[in-house]
Design a protein around this ligand. Structure first.
Ligand code: AMP
Length: 214
């Protein structure tokens, strides 16, 4: 299965992608996580991307598309995957179409992960991310066993710079302008399915599995 997860920041794409990837043995490809890794490693790409990310803007397509292409090309041809956070604009969607055509690996579906704006702001402002392995926690819904410490790797949990209130607003605006048009783009290609993810991650996963079965 080759899938794209589309949705506003905070809709729960990453958490849902992680759960589905485990359930169905899919690779979870998150451009946001790959960029944060580049920042941690202090690469030139990371240095260039950081300013855009910290202010809630999209990183220029040429920086993101190259790491995405490398990642897809490195997978075995029959390895299914979930793209989480890519594409985020029509330009990127068209680039991806071309890349997948060259690789002869068409998409199976595009999942629109939906929740209301109030839930988004509430979720993002209580989200914590592991500095070392990028695992995501939520203080209300999915807290770590020990405060401030990642259950999986023992790393330190931090609030992402772009999860601060003023940046969240900017990211939601960027989503409305750049990414939302992709819903119609994939609807027209007859690839779009929608999942309501306002409840718990497990409830979201159950709905998603139901929708994908069809
Ligand atoms: P995410 O972890 O998906 O919320 O992404 C965090 C940030 O990384 C975004 O706000 C963007 O600044 C940047 N980013 C991630 N994916 C992309 C992409 N496909 N295109 C441009 N910027 C991206």
């Amino acid at each position: 299965m080759r899938l794209i997860f589309l949705g506003a920041p905070g809709a729960g794409k990453g958490t849902l992608a992680e759960l589905l990837a485990k359930e169905e043995n899919l690779a979870h490809i998150s451009t946001g996580s790959m960029l944060r890794e580049q920042i941690r490693e202090g690469t030139n790409l990371g240095k260039e991307a950081k300013g855009y990310m910290d202010s809630g803007q999209l990183v220029p397509a040429e920086l993101v598309s190259s790491i995405l292409a490398d990642s897809l090309k490195s997978l075995a041809k029959d390895q299914g995957y979930i793209l989480d956070g890519y594409p985020r604009s029509l330009e990127q969607a068209e680039y991806l179409d071309k890349l997948l055509e060259d690789l002869n690996t068409p998409l199976d579906a595009v999942v629109q992960v939906e929740i209301s704006n109030e839930v988004i702001i509430d979720r993002l402002s209580s989200r914590l991310t592991c500095e070392s392995c990028s695992s995501v926690y939520n203080l209300k819904q999915n807290p770590p066993k020990v405060e401030g410490v990642c259950d999986k790797c023992g790393g330190k949990l931090i609030q992402r710079d772009d999860d601060k209130a003023e940046v969240i607003k900017q990211r939601l605006e960027v989503y409305e302008i750049n990414t939302k048009p992709l819903i119609d783009y994939y609807k027209n290609k007859d690839l779009l399915v929608t999942v309501d993810n306002s409840g718990s991650p497990q409830a979201g996963l159950a709905k998603l599995l139901e929708v994908l079965k069809k």
